[in-house]
Ligand binder design. Structure first.
Ligand code: ATP
Length: 469
């Protein structure tokens, strides 16, 4: 416990010393002397009216006096000027907690720790329900906290005891398989067609990564997210992975099942942990397949946990938009009509990118790519492309797979190897149904939900075109 009398004496001897006065104010807060702390912090503001530590100190003192609303207004005003001020997020977390708003308390806490890991506080995590006996991710937060607090105990005004670190057997290894960065298998050249989508992804992220100086000079805000939507098998995941290939960085494929957890608060924690890993491994591309599962329409989500997870995801996207750490989050979905509109605002996913079924020339390109890695005769690829309208990239690949399986059977029986020819491929086409037609029917039914919504104008156009054809 600091000696308050000697501190007071020191401030009287050096009344212009702002740092000393702030230190004294915190010591008064620690001694539950909110009124005197208010006087100390107010004195600082007389000398330096914008000093954010003193403004935060006043908000903390008000909170200590039970003036919760006034404290919240002041904390929010500080954050409006500097959203990365971790101490103000911690205070807001405590304020929400006092008002029994657990979700917002967690959001603010995670925000604080993302901005300044030294504020991680095991005791607060425990009160927030972020840390439990089975929480490996929270253990990491607490361990980080201990590692970074070390020499400066005053850096964390809310620190408490460390609680139990014991984990049940079997939980320890789970984290290691989670959020695993890998090298991408594709670059843009491997993806047939989709020129507009490639250009847009290059504009949004790759160009900025390649030219950080120019992006800074033009004051271009970070644009760290994209939502790819369209029928299944048309290359959303492949394209997303190719962004990493093109940018020369690694990629994390997020299995939604790895995020979702039936225990209260665990899914949010998993997501938080994933994004922490991403930030540490940056530059990196993080791909969420079936992203509508965690970015669903929040009004439809009756389940509190699902809503909390959606909120946490929104929050993580917001953090990316205010950070210069090169993490690019790409969400992929076949069901864009289920995505909550708040995810489409600028600074979050922004304008979604339609990954349409391949047109004739694109089918030609995909078929040529697929054919180039197989033992084929001189093929009439133009005919094949013309006869496969409505086929997705995956369907086109399946033609060759089906034909190859059949050829293998024949080769084994006849003990003779044959190259794949036009006839074999035409026969295979008969065995495959275009998988995009069903999607367009579904999109048409779901259209009322997206009618009048400019974000999805590309679907409307595509549905109309598909109906005409
Ligand atoms: P889903 O919505 O079902 O996850 P998706 O749109 O993400 O599907 P992908 O998983 O990327 O589609 O594509 C499946 C496979 O189809 C790819 O691995 C690739 O082999 C092939 N494919 C799809 N589109 C293309 C394309 N444009 N160029 C080359 N191959 C493609």
């Amino acid at each position: 416990m600091p000696d308050l009398d000697s501190l007071r004496q020191a401030t009287e001897d050096s009344p212009e010393d702002i740092r000393l006065m702030i230190h004294y104010g915190h010591a008064l807060l620690d001694a539950d002397q909110a009124d005197r702390a208010l006087v100390a912090f107010t004195r600082v503001l007389e000398l330096e009216p914008r000093d954010r530590e003193a403004r935060l100190g006043i908000a903390q003192a008000l909170f200590q006096k039970g003036e919760v609303s006034e404290a919240a207004v002041r904390a929010e005003a500080i954050l409006a000027e500097d959203s990365s001020f971790a101490g103000a997020h911690i205070l807001l977390s405590l304020l929400h907690l006092a008002e029994h708003d657990q979700t917002r308390a967690i959001e603010e806490y995670l925000c604080a720790v993302s901005a300044d890991r030294s504020l991680a506080d095991r005791k607060l995590e425990s009160v927030l329900g972020l840390v439990g006996p089975s929480s490996q991710a929270s253990k990491t937060i607490a361990e980080d906290s201990r590692a970074t607090q070390g020499s400066d105990p005053e850096s964390n005004h809310f620190s408490g005891d460390s609680g139990s670190d014991d984990l049940p057997p079997g939980m320890e290894s789970e984290e290691e398989n989670f959020a695993n960065p890998v090298n991408p298998r594709f670059c843009f050249e491997d993806v047939g067609g989709l020129q507009e989508a490639k250009q847009e992804l290059r504009r949004r992220w790759i160009a900025r990564l390649e030219n950080p100086g120019l992006a800074k000079a033009y004051k271009i805000a970070p644009n760290n997210c994209a939502l790819l939507y369209g029928p299944p098998g048309c290359g959303k995941s492949m394209l997303a992975e190719a962004v990493a290939g093109e940018a020369g960085c690694r990629v994390i494929h997020v299995g939604i099942h790895e995020i979702l957890d039936p225990y209260f608060g665990s899914s949010e924690r998993n997501l938080y942990h994933l994004m922490e890993v991403a930030r540490e491994e940056a530059p990196i591309v993080v791909i969420f397949d079936h992203v509508d599962t965690i970015a669903g329409d929040r009004q439809r989500l009756r389940d509190n946990q699902a809503r909390n997870l959606a909120n946490q995801f929104l929050h993580q996207l917001h953090l990316l938009s205010t950070s210069t750490v090169p993490v690019f989050v790409i969400g992929c979905t076949d069901s864009p009509w289920h995505v909550d509109r708040s995810f489409l605002r600028p600074g979050r996913f922004g304008q979604p990118i339609f990954v349409a079924p391949p047109e004739y020339l694109e089918r030609l390109e995909i078929l040529e790519k697929v054919a180039s890695s197989r033992p084929v005769e001189d093929l009439n690829i133009e005919d094949l492309a013309a006869s496969t309208r409505g086929f997705s990239g995956a369907d086109l690949k399946a033609i060759f797979e089906l034909a190859s399986e059949k050829a293998l059977g024949t080769a084994a029986t006849e003990n003779a190897f044959h190259l794949l020819g036009d006839e074999a491929l035409k026969e295979a086409v008969q065995g495959i149904t275009s998988s995009t037609n069903a999607w367009f029917k579904l999109a048409q039914k779901s259209m009322p939900k997206v009618r009048g919504d400019e974000a999805f104008s590309a679907i409307r156009q595509a549905v109309t075109d598909n109906r005409k054809a």
